[in-house]
Structure formats: C-alpha cells, structure tokens
Design a protein around this ligand. Structure first.
Ligand SMILES: [Zn+2]
Length: 226
C-alpha cells in the first residue's frame, strides 16, 4: 500500500519528534564536580637489616686510658677476642655495635664495679640485639639514660644503656640476633660521652628490681680453658 505524501506527513513529523527526544536524552550529562581522591601510597618501609656475622676483632680506643683493659697486641686489638660468647647455652655478641672501640672494661672502677663494657664511637652508630630475644625493659633512667634489656631465655639477659633511641621498639617485642634495636647515644642525667654501656646479665628477673636483680658477667671474658 502506498500512502500519499500528505498522509505520510504526520508520521514523518512524529518520527522526527521521537528522534529529537531521543537525541536530547542522549546528550551527555555533565560529570559531577568531585575529584577522585587518590590516597598517597605509604612510604616504603626500610628493610630491617640483620647482621649475621659480628666483627671478629675488637680494639681498645686509641689515645684513651681504658680501665680494666683486656690484653692487646701492639695494634690495640684484644688478644683472644671472638665475636660471640656463650653463656648458659645462649650465644651472644660481645660487642653488638655497628662500629666501636672499648673505652672501659668490666670490673672495679674508681670505688664502684663497672658492670659492663663501654663501646665508644664519636658518631651515632647502630646498636644490634646481641641474640634473639624479647625486650623486657625499654625506658629512660637518669643513671643509664635510654636503657633496653633483652631476655634471651635460659636466665640470660643483655642491657644496652645511654641509647639515643630505641628504633621504635618497646617492651614486649621480640628481636632477632643482629637486628638494629637503637642508636648509640649519650643519654643520662649527667654528662657522658657517646658510647654504648653493654651488660650481659644472668639470674632470675626480680619481681621488684627487674633487671637490677640480675648478676653481671664480663662480655670480654675469655672462654674457659679446657
Ligand atoms: Zn659503662
């Protein structure tokens, strides 16, 4: 059937209107004026370095009077020094620092007993955990400055004093042997040169006295001769 142009006109008009309506509806709508929020990526976490091999030599600090100095060769290297010492079956680093020299040994000093060994460095070098363990104390005291005590099990503990920082660690956290636990400092209620005062302690943790109930051992003591 053929429609005359006159009859087709209303249909053509209707079709054009529908096309126009659809065209209008298809017009792109304006994008909302909200910016996409991009969360900044967290800063990359530095890998926690762990020292697996502590240095096998240790020297006395040159041009310094060193109390209770162990015997050395002419180059001030401690004779018979080994990187570690084993106490009650726990192997501990004797000098758990990035770099340092002995500025004071263990034993009677002035009218007191020096209960550890002092490892000196002019610079704020890293301090390492002497062995795997759990941090029992991490606090400031006027005598020891920022002080950390690590429990290594078997009644063996190590104390680190005058630290500049604890590297974000706190009591209750576990650490690995050779893990950085802080930075060498000179914190105390009195003037003290930058150094690590390092103690090896044995015994039973004190209910009241905490680590001060423990007995100190000389970290530089030579192994017993069989
Ligand atoms: Zn000391």
């Amino acid at each position: 059937m053929r429609l005359s142009p006159r009859l087709m006109f209303p249909f053509a008009l209707l079709a054009a209107s529908i096309t126009w309506i659809f065209t209008i509806e298809r017009l792109p709508t304006l994008a909302p004026l909200t910016e996409e929020v991009i969360e900044p990526l967290p800063p990359p976490q530095p890998a926690m370095p762990v020292i697996y091999d502590f240095p096998v030599t240790l020297s006395l600090c040159p041009k310094l009077y060193v109390a209770n100095a162990p015997p050395t060769d002419t180059g001030l290297h401690i004779i018979g020094y080994t990187a570690t010492i084993t106490v009650n079956g726990v192997t501990l680093a004797r000098a758990p620092v990035e770099d340092g020299c002995v500025s004071s040994g263990f034993g009677a000093r002035n009218d007191q007993v020096h209960t550890g060994v002092d490892l000196y460095n002019r610079d704020p070098v890293a301090i390492y955990a002497a062995a795997d363990g759990t941090i029992r104390e991490a606090e400031y005291r006027d005598d020891y400055g920022n002080m950390m005590v690590i429990d290594h099990g078997n009644g063996v503990f190590t104390r680190y004093a005058h630290m500049a920082s604890f590297s974000g660690l706190q009591a209750g956290e576990t650490v690995l042997s050779g893990q950085i636990i802080g930075v060498m400092g000179n914190t105390a209620g009195y003037l003290v040169p930058r150094h690590l005062h390092y103690e090896i302690l044995t015994g039973e943790w004190g209910e009241q006295a905490g680590s001060f109930a423990l007995a100190p051992t000389d970290p530089l003591a030579l192994p017993p001769i069989d």
